[in-house]
Every structure is written in C-alpha cells, then in structure tokens.
Design a protein around this ligand. Structure first.
Ligand code: SAM
Ligand code: DTB
Ligand code: SF4
Length: 317
C-alpha cells in the first residue's frame, strides 16, 4: 500500500476536531507504535554561539539583533567531552551539538567531525545542527557515523518569508534531501507561537508528513521569546493549540519521535503532561538549550516520576 499524500485541508480537519476526539486518536496511534510511558532524552550543547549572518526572526544568535549574546569561539574537544559526560551521567542517550552558522566551511566540518568522534567514544548517540549542507558535507558526516542531523523547516512554505529572508524554503528542503541521501537520520520540525495561523501549522505538518520516508525525529518548539529579536512581544500561543499541534503531528507521523522541544520552561507541568499524552515522546534534557534556559533536571525527573514515565535506556554501540 502506498503512503497517503496529506493535504492542508485534511490536516486542518484533524487539527480542528473536538479536543477529546483528537487526543483519543493521537494516543491510540501513539500506543500502536511506541511505549506510551517512555521518553527519549537528548542534551544540547552550543559549540559555536552568536554572530550568525542569518536573519531568523526568532533567534537570539543572529548578528542582526541586539540580544546581548556575545560571539564565542568554537568550543574545544575537552569542553565537548565534559558536557557529553555530564549529559550521559544525567540520563541523556543522545548529545546534540548546535552551531550558529548559515552553513559550515569544510574546515569547520573537520572540527565538528572530531567532536562527533569524541561523543561517540562515550556511547552516546550523536546529532548536530550546523545549517545548510552540501551533498559532500552530508556524506562526510555519514562516514564518521553521525546518527541524526537537525535542520528545521520552522513553519509552512507560505509563512516562511515572514520569518527568514536570508535563505529560502527550498534551501532547507535541499539540505534535508542531502542528509537523507547520505543515510543519516533526519530530524526536522518547527516553531509555534510566532504569530502563524493554524493553516501555517498544518502546512508545516504536511511538509514533514509527505516526506518519504518521514523524518525519524520532529522537534516541535514553542517560541522562546528573547528581547531584541523581532518576534519578542508576539502574543502568547494558547497552550491548547500547542497540544493540538503535537496530537496532529502524531496522527500524521505515527512512527516518528516527536520532541517537546524549546519552550518547556514556560509550560506548566499539566501542559507538558498533555503533550506527552498527545504523543510527544522525546525532550531536550539538561538545564540549557543552546543559549536559553531549559527546566531544572531535578524538576524534570520529578515530573517524569509523577507521570510514571521513564527515560529510555542508554544505548550500547
Ligand atoms: N544555525 C543552524 C540552523 O539554523 O539551521 C542550527 C542552529 S538553530 C539555533 C536550530 C533551530 O533552533 C532553529 O531552526 C529553530 O527552529 C530553533 N530556535 C532558534 N531560536 C529559537 C527560539 N527562540 N525559540 C524556539 N526555537 C528556536
Ligand atoms: C530544535 O528544534 N530546537 C533546538 C535544537 N533543535 C537545536 C534549539 C532550540 C533553541 C532555543 C533558543 C536558544 O536556546 O538559543
Ligand atoms: Fe543563525 Fe540558526 Fe539562529 Fe538562523 S536559527 S540566526 S541560522 S543560528
């Protein structure tokens, strides 16, 4: 049987169902494919912070906005090792390294490849997010055994131009295609709370759901509003709408790991519990995202315990 081709209309129909019907369907799909009481945990590290040339309206690391973030040099291997060991000790199974680049140079990639090898030596899965990649660069990352590449579509093709002008949607799709062709697992999702419509939310899900194969990992971020960025002051998103997004993503991408990503700091425990019920089954774990705070590890562990949720076990390579 060939995979369904989703339209925005079909997706909006699901998205807009009565909340209890939507959640029941999402939870039913979720249980067919996943352990409903387990979460995969990844820890983030910014290996190169600030002074990015791009104009992403949400991002504190763009050089075009005055957000008080200082440019930092590329971290050393020792700094990466310390952070990776700490993440593993806390219970993360994957270590994700992010760089504030439009794209890496080949020299940048040499350094990142050494970092990936270091993280792998501690039996952690690896993920990097470095901006756009050429087919050759993606192949180099595949050759070193990188597990996941994160590159977000961020929103629908139609709303995208309101958020980023320095590269277009097709550039992002091309990078994802290069990652897929190299045989690396694809991690791609987006951000809610940027002033987008429900149609734009559905439009993002359709892009992800119609990829063949679908991405293995989809991060759904709630905008972290940072003073100085153009999106600072955007009206807050209704939490119920965010839960609908998770549930609809779960229904259209049944096998994918859906990550409740940035923005957990501003969510209460009940909202996070609803997101896990709606099908979110991975989180960023550890007290910092790239430049902004994430919930305390202790608080997270207590929340998971209250919900009877366990962290997925460490993987042995
Ligand atoms: N520079 C690379 C790129 O843009 O592809 C990699 C790092 S970039 C910070 C990774 C992703 O973080 C972005 O695509 C965006 O989805 C997310 N992000 C950045 N700032 C955010 C914010 N303030 N709130 C929520 N998500 C954010
Ligand atoms: C993703 O979708 N969210 C993460 C990760 N992929 C790289 C990044 C969130 C960044 C939030 C703002 C910050 O901390 O700078
Ligand atoms: Fe640069 Fe990535 Fe931030 Fe965009 S999201 S400004 S590309 S660091």
């Amino acid at each position: 049987m060939s995979a369904p081709v989703w339209t925005v209309k079909d997706t909006l129909e699901i998205f807009s169902r009565p909340f209890n019907d939507l959640l029941f369907e999402a939870q039913s799909v979720h249980r067919q494919q996943h352990n409903p009481n387990a979460l995969q945990a990844s820890t983030l590290l910014s290996i190169k912070t600030g002074s990015c040339s791009e104009d992403c309206a949400y991002c504190p690391q763009s050089s075009l906005y005055d957000t008080g973030i200082e440019r930092e040099r590329l971290l050393s291997i020792e700094e990466v090792r310390t952070a990776a060991l700490n993440a593993k000790q806390q219970g993360a199974t994957r270590f994700c390294m992010g760089a504030a680049w439009r794209n890496p140079t080949d020299k940048d990639l040499d350094n990142v490849i050494d970092m990936i090898a270091e993280v792998q030596s501690h039996q952690l899965e690896t993920c990097v997010t470095l901006g756009m990649l050429t087919p050759r660069q993606a192949q180099r990352l595949a050759d070193v055994g990188l597990d996941y590449y994160n590159h977000n579509l961020d929103t629908s093709p139609e709303f995208y131009g309101e958020i980023i002008t320095t590269r277009d949607y097709q550039d992002r799709l091309d990078t994802l295609q290069n990652v897929r062709a190299a045989g690396i697992h694809v991690c791609s999702g987006g951000i809610l709370g940027m002033g987008e419509s429900r149609q734009a939310r559905a439009g993002l899900i359709v892009q992800l759901a119609n990829m063949q194969p679908q991405p293995e990992s989809v991060p759904i971020n709630l905008l972290v509003q940072v003073e100085g960025t153009p999106l600072f002051g955007t009206p807050e998103l209704d939490p119920i709408e965010f839960v609908r997004m998770i549930a609809t993503t779960r229904i259209l991408l049944p096998k994918t790991y859906i990550r409740l990503s940035a923005g957990r700091e501003s969510m209460n425990d009940a909202m996070q519990a609803l997101c896990f019920h709606a099908g979110a089954n991975s989180v960023f774990f550890g007290e910092k995202l790239l430049t902004t705070p994430n919930p305390d590890t202790e608080h997270d562990l207590q929340l998971f315990d209250r919900l009877g949720i366990s962290l997925e076990a460490q993987v042995n390579h």
